[in-house]
Design a protein around this ligand. Structure first.
Ligand code: FAD
Length: 290
């Protein structure tokens, strides 16, 4: 029986979880399973797999999550987005998830499709994540539902207070825990948690950790998210731009420091954006004062 993440959160003060991105090729899928096989040895509380709408990817997350759960017996959270799917398609995916015993879902609006800066929903599509939560909840109590949170504020949101207000709407619609976007400064995470607690939000806020392994890619990613990159990150990684081994070492060192600060400050665990790689995650976890 696959456990609900909400039940795991009730029992454990801290959780450690690993996110995989949806692979683009058969070889990528096999690499994901090899990575999961290695990371399972670190006793994760759950895995998660991202979602990307499209002709070839529509059912892929469901297939991979189902296979991961069967092969490794680790609860695996299915990301699901509003972007690219109409209400009937979402309903069909939710139905299939139930059939496959996938009871953990991360409800999201989704990134705009490639090449589009802003996404405008079609008339039969949902506009916001809270509407997807309502759709999931209209089923029954089968699902445990998580949502995304943005310590630095979401790129399309005017300010942090409004961002927190929209997060509360998602929780009021039935979401039960939050996984954050990655951030550089742990102060941003703790301020975010304080802001949410002051609004009466009690849900667990699990920090998302991105170990830096590719500086130019990081800059592109941050640009797309509207996340400012602090000067100290440039100072560490710019001189190492052509040295992948040194970048790897610096990325692990920085992530270990960040994770220890988070745990020492009371964070309820860590969610790693693994980028489907084993080594940095294993090294970081083995270095932590857990
Ligand atoms: P929403 O909460 O719907 O917010 C979207 C925008 O609308 C925000 O600007 C918000 O301020 C605004 N808004 C929200 N509610 C309201 C309202 N009631 N009225 C007016 N405005 C409102 N993307 C993928 O495509 N696939 C993935 O698998 C994926 N996984 C992710 C995992 C994590 C942990 C995180 C942090 C992000 C992930 N994303 C993924 C990215 C995410 O889909 C995007 O950041 C998206 O732009 C926002 O999603 P959301 O669920 O927070 O949307």
């Amino acid at each position: 029986m696959i456990r609900k993440i909400t039940d795991i959160l009730k029992e454990q003060e801290r959780t450690y979880s690993f996110e995989f991105f949806l692979p683009k090729t058969e070889a990528g899928t096999e690499k994901l399973f090899q990575t999961a096989s290695e990371l399972r040895k670190l006793a994760p509380d759950f895995f998660s797999v991202t979602y990307r709408a499209g002709e070839t990817t529509k059912w892929l997350t469901t297939e991979i999550v189902s296979r991961l759960q069967k092969q490794f017996d680790v609860p695996t959270m299915h990301h699901l987005t509003c972007v690219g799917l109409n209400r009937a398609e979402l309903t069909a995916i939710i139905k299939r998830m139930k059939q496959e015993n996938i009871c953990n879902v991360l409800a999201l609006r989704g990134d705009p499709p490639p090449g589009e800066e802003h996404w405008v929903p079609a008339p039969d599509e949902l506009s916001y994540c809270y509407q997807l939560i309502e759709l999931i909840r209209s089923n029954d109590g089968f699902f445990s539902v998580g949502v995304a949170g943005f310590p630095e504020g979401h790129i399309d949101c005017p300010d942090k207070a409004t961002d927190a207000k929209y997060l509360k709407i998602k929780l009021d619609a039935g979401a039960e825990f939050v996984i954050t976007q990655f951030f550089f400064d742990t102060k941003d995470y703790f301020e975010y948690v304080t802001r949410l607690r002051e609004m009466g939000i009690a849900a667990r806020i699990i920090p998302g950790i991105l170990p830096i392994s590719d500086y130019p890619k990081l800059l592109r990613f941050c640009r797309s998210l509207g996340t400012p990159v602090p000067q100290y990150i440039h100072s560490i990684f710019q001189p190492l731009e052509n040295d992948s081994e040194a970048t790897y070492r610096a990325g692990v060192k920085l992530a270990v420091k960040q994770c220890n600060e988070l745990l020492d400050g009371g964070a309820p665990g860590l969610h790693f954006y693994t980028l489907n790689r084993v080594d940095p995650i294993r090294e970081i976890l083995n270095s932590l004062k857990r």
